[in-house]
Design a binder for this molecule. Structure first.
Ligand SMILES: Nc1ncnc2c1ncn2[C@@H]1O[C@H](COP(=O)(O)OP(=O)(O)O)[C@@H](O)[C@H]1O
Ligand SMILES: [Mg+2]
Length: 419
């Protein structure tokens, strides 16, 4: 077991300083915040010559320690492991707020073999240090299996503590930034509340009128009127529930729920939904599907949501056009991408309107008939699929919206988790 009395006597060497300086530089790179933590622990794994490094974070709601980021051959399996706060060496370090290492785990009573059993990994030596932020422990940083004769040393412990300070800051940065994103999304909704309230009031007025007519018709047993008014009431209910879903969608980040689907079948569902409206407004709906596109993995429900808005917008844009038509196309621009195009010959948009839409503020030209939430929600869903949304439009000629997403033939979750 470690004799900690030597620890404070270690004098830093120039090489050690280089490592700490490198870490400081990493912290300062303009890297995507989610990548930063992983890059830092990749670096620690390399310079400390260990088989793996991991970050466990304390979850106060569950009172558990959860593997948040890891390197090494078992990194993805590890991320599914949850520890009790008094379990194993991580638990000991968390409770005691003290660093430790052991090169002889078989004889260390604090070590729990449960994680090794789950990941089918053999831990020989381990170093762990608390992640401290303003004196409270937010988690534990661990290094496993030192690839050097004799195992971990006092020098390693000192470096590990230096690294843990950076890891804790990186974790805090991830939290702050993701919190900030949610807050600014909610703030954006807040800013547009007046417009939304107007939109809701409009729907409710329609609903109230409909309810009044239906009540009177029921009294008179006038089924013909009930049948005529009911679809209008249903349309208003759909509009209000869509608005609630959009607000929810926009307020937080979500991972796509990947299932295997045919892209064309999602488009066909949309066509079915718009069939009656197409007939009433004389809009021709055409399809042009690339039949070589295989079924692939995407979040079909949320893709449905995107297409519902894009096709709905095309219908709105076709209101005052002679021979209105909407074309739904699928394409495979390259082996790894699938694209869906919504093309209309409607009113089109000026560059100024396109710029306003892309600024991600809720912009609508439909007055109280629009919320301006549609395209921001579409863009968010597509971004969460690692895809892109292109807009091409010319006033008086029409518009083309192109969604492109990675073509996943295999389940991307399975691939990521190496199952
Ligand atoms: N296909 C289209 N043709 C012309 N204008 C469009 C089209 N799609 C979107 N727009 C413009 O973009 C605006 C924002 O659309 P969206 O975010 O869906 O909100 P909403 O439909 O509630 O107005 C619309 O109000 C309209 O001015
Ligand atoms: Mg819309």
């Amino acid at each position: 077991m470690t004799d900690f009395s030597n620890h404070k006597r270690y004098i830093m060497q120039p090489d050690d300083l280089n490592i700490i300086v490198e870490m400081c530089k990493l912290m300062n790179t303009a890297m995507h915040y989610e990548m930063l933590l992983q890059t830092i622990i990749d670096y620690c794994t390399r310079v400390m010559q260990v088989e793996g490094a991991s970050v466990l974070l304390y979850d106060d709601k569950q009172d558990k320690l959860i593997f948040h980021a890891a390197t090494g051959s078992k990194s993805e399996t590890l991320k599914k492991v949850i520890l009790n706060t008094d379990e194993g060496i991580a638990g000991w370090v968390f409770k005691h707020k003290e660093s430790m290492y052991s090169n002889d785990l078989e004889h260390d009573a604090r070590f729990s073999a449960r994680v090794d059993k789950f990941t089918r990994f053999r831990t020989h030596s381990l170093m762990a240090t608390p992640l401290l932020l303003e004196n409270s422990v937010i988690g534990v940083f661990e290094l496993v299996n030192k690839n050097a004769p004799g195992g971990f040393t006092e020098r390693d412990l000192m470096l590990c503590e230096g690294m843990a300070a950076h890891v804790a800051l990186a974790v805090e940065r991830v939290h702050l930034i993701s919190e900030n994103i949610s807050v600014s999304r909610l703030a954006a909704i807040g800013e547009t509340v007046a417009g939304l309230a107007h939109y809701i009031k409009n729907i409710l007025t329609g609903l109230e009128g409909g309810a009044h007519l239906i009540r009177a018709a029921l009294k008179e047993k006038d089924h013909a009127t009930v049948e005529k008014v009911w679809p209008m009431a249903e349309r208003n209910i759909d509009r209000i529930s869509m608005l609630a879903l959009d607000m929810l969608e926009f307020s937080k980040k979500r991972e796509p729920y990947y299932t295997r689907q045919s892209v064309a079948s999602v488009l066909n569902d949309i066509i079915q939904l718009f069939e009656a409206r197409a007939k009433t407004n004389n809009v021709k709906i055409e399809t042009d599907y690339d039949t070589s596109i295989p079924d692939c993995y995407f979040d079909s429900q949320r893709m449905h949501r995107c297409l519902l808005d894009l096709v709905g917008n095309s219908f709105d844009a076709c209101k005052k056009i002679s021979n209105p038509s909407i074309r739904l196309k699928t394409r495979r621009p390259d082996a790894h991408t699938v694209s869906i195009e919504v093309v209309d010959n409607g009113s089109g948009m000026t560059q100024e309107i396109i710029d306003k839409i892309l600024m991600s503020k809720f912009f609508s030209t439909k007055g109280s008939q629009g919320t301006g939430l549609g395209i921001p929600v579409v863009r968010k869903i597509i971004q969460e699929h690692n895809g892109t949304l292109e807009i091409h439009s010319e006033p008086g000629k029409g518009s083309t919206f192109i969604i492109s997403i990675p073509l996943y033939i295999d389940n991307p979750y399975k691939r990521l988790n190496n199952q």
